[in-house]
Design a protein around this ligand. Structure first.
Ligand SMILES: NC(=O)c1ccc[n+]([C@@H]2O[C@H](COP(=O)([O-])OP(=O)(O)OC[C@H]3O[C@@H](n4cnc5c(N)ncnc54)[C@H](OP(=O)(O)O)[C@@H]3O)[C@@H](O)[C@H]2O)c1
Length: 183
């Protein structure tokens, strides 16, 4: 998504250059971490490693900066919102899941556990941690829908899989406003 557009919101700084992270985090009241290599690609062993590492490495660095920003003195952020995904739960055709459900056994569940594990290393006595397990976000400018629309426009669209399975969907408007609204 075009997260750079988030900088249009008053008080929001998009720190997409690693060299800016330390200063931006130290001067912030809250941090939102959305980094991660896209998963909508062919999953070779190298790509799977990169999908995991891109999330774990960025989250670790962000957590280190937050932990050294000394939030206990009123400096640095008081909330850390870190993305993760509904992939945490694995899949089932019959079960439903909520926040208390255990994690699944597949690759994406493993990625989400590692990713969340790094975020949990933030000093939570000073900084409130919000882990958002995001479902498939639908918006016309990116993600799954933007890939599907051209196919449907060429009359080449069709059901995903059997078309009978359930899927978790989220509108971009809802996900971005809940991210920016976290206190
Ligand atoms: N979109 C969804 O449906 C969905 C569903 C569940 C969870 N999520 C999670 O929510 C987060 C945001 O999703 P999104 O769709 O907005 O993702 P996105 O548009 O692909 O943006 C992800 C961000 O991660 C950065 N990034 C890409 N490859 C990277 C790498 N190898 N190392 C470090 N950073 C890298 C990107 O930087 P550049 O722009 O410079 O490439 C971008 O800033 C992601 O972590 C994603 O896993 C998304």
């Amino acid at each position: 998504w075009k997260w750079n557009e988030a900088s249009r919101y008053p008080g929001v700084t998009v720190a997409d250059k690693e060299g800016d992270w330390e200063r931006c985090i130290r001067d912030s009241t809250g941090v939102v971490n959305l980094a991660g290599m896209p998963i909508s690609t062919r999953w070779s062993p190298e790509i799977k490693r990169e999908i995991l590492q891109s999330r774990v490495n960025v989250t670790s660095k962000v957590v280190d900066h937050i932990n050294s920003s000394d939030s206990s003195n009123g400096n640095g952020p008081s909330v850390f919102v870190s993305a993760t995904a509904v992939g945490y739960y694995g899949t089932s055709e019959t079960d439903s899941f909520d926040e208390s459900s255990p994690s699944g056994n597949d690759y994406l569940a493993h990625v989400c556990r590692e990713w969340e594990g790094r975020a949990r290393q933030v000093k939570q006595e000073h900084v409130r941690l919000v882990l958002i397990r995001i479902g498939v976000v639908l918006g016309k400018d990116g993600g799954a829908l933007a890939k599907m629309i051209p196919l449907f426009m060429m009359f080449a669209g069709g059901p995903l899989g059997t078309g009978r399975q359930w899927s978790t969907l989220l509108l971009l408007l809802l996900s971005s406003s809940s991210l920016l609204g976290s206190r």
